[in-house]
Design a protein around this ligand. Structure first.
Ligand SMILES: [Fe+2]
Ligand SMILES: [Fe+2]
Length: 314
């Protein structure tokens, strides 16, 4: 699809709110941008299991352990839906995974921060999954059908993730003075990195305009961030948590909360690989991939034998 006429027809389909499906004609750049975005999203879901998985053995009760196990398993499922959705565009899953493990593919910078106490598990559920919901609710309206549908399903599970985090944090914030201190300390550490999850300001986000024109995204990074802050201010207040930003102020004119300067130097250093946990995360993922090679080989061989058996029987 290269002629002016074809591009115009494609844009018309998007503008009419039609979904683009895997076998439909699409500009090569639309396909490439989607592969980049969707695989980055898939990698993030999988890496996101590490900071929380770290606390499964130390969950404070059987109930908390079951909840955390279920949540971490959901994140694996999200990664798998998204890899499958990316494969509908002709990408090979193995190439995507290897580009991330040994190449230059990125994942969300938020997972390069450490989880120091159990309060971090509460705050990840509330803030990080909360930010993910805002982003993914928008992506559930994406113009690419398989991506939109994967996000729709993901959002249903994310809302459970957020609720369990918020409920735990509310308990901790009304607990003993030590628990209250832990809860507040975790919020202080995670607040700014969470705001960075929406990506650079629109003025520094070169892909944004194109993705919006193609309906891959329907809102800009800054719009999503403002929406998130508005919600979190209310939720923090309801459970007696203070957000660590002295510049947070309600703006009568815009009807939104204004907030302070986001530490972008920190964001770029984490994106470039110098965050507190970047090296640790990639080491853990490579180890899992290499140690799991025999499982993939066995599964492939099993599938081959099943296919042969089915062919013989027919
Ligand atoms: Fe997820
Ligand atoms: Fe989640």
């Amino acid at each position: 699809m290269n002629t002016e006429q074809e591009l115009k027809q494609f844009q018309e389909r998007i503008d009419n709110g039609e979904k683009i499906e895997p076998k439909d004609a699409m500009p090569e750049r639309y396909r490439k941008q989607l592969i980049r975005m969707m695989s980055q999203h898939a990698h993030s879901e999988i890496v996101g299991m590490l900071p929380e998985g770290n606390w499964i053995t130390r969950a404070p009760s059987l109930k908390r352990k079951m909840v955390l196990l279920a949540k971490v398993q959901d994140e694996a499922g999200h990664g798998l839906y998204l890899y499958s959705a990316t494969e509908t565009l002709g990408a090979r899953r193995q190439d995507l995974v290897e580009d991330y493990l040994y190449g230059s593919a990125k994942y969300s910078s938020i997972f390069n921060y450490p989880t120091l106490t159990y309060a971090d598990i509460c705050v990840i559920g509330w803030l990080v999954d909360g930010a993910a919901i805002v982003n993914q609710t928008m992506l559930a309206k994406s113009s690419y059908g398989p991506y939109a549908r994967a996000n729709l399903r993901i959002c249903k599970e994310e809302s459970f993730h957020k609720k369990q985090g918020y409920e735990m944090l509310a308990k901790m914030a009304s607990g003993t003075p030590e628990q209250q201190k832990m809860a507040q300390d975790a919020v202080n550490r995670w607040w700014w990195p969470t705001l960075m999850m929406f990506g650079p300001h629109d003025s520094d986000s070169p892909n944004s305009a194109e993705l919006i024109r193609w309906g891959v995204k329907t809102k800009t990074n800054d719009e999503l961030r403002v929406h998130f802050v508005d919600r979190m201010v209310m939720e923090a207040e309801a459970i007696g948590i203070t957000l660590p930003d002295p510049d947070l102020r309600y703006n009568e004119e815009t009807g939104h909360w204004d907030f302070g300067l986001i530490p972008w130097d920190e964001f770029w250093s984490v994106v470039k690989g110098d965050g507190p946990m970047n090296r640790e995360r990639i080491r853990a993922r490579r180890h899992a991939y290499e140690e799991g090679a025999w499982v993939r080989e066995a599964a492939t061989e099993y599938a081959r034998k099943q296919r042969l058996r089915a062919e013989k029987a027919s």
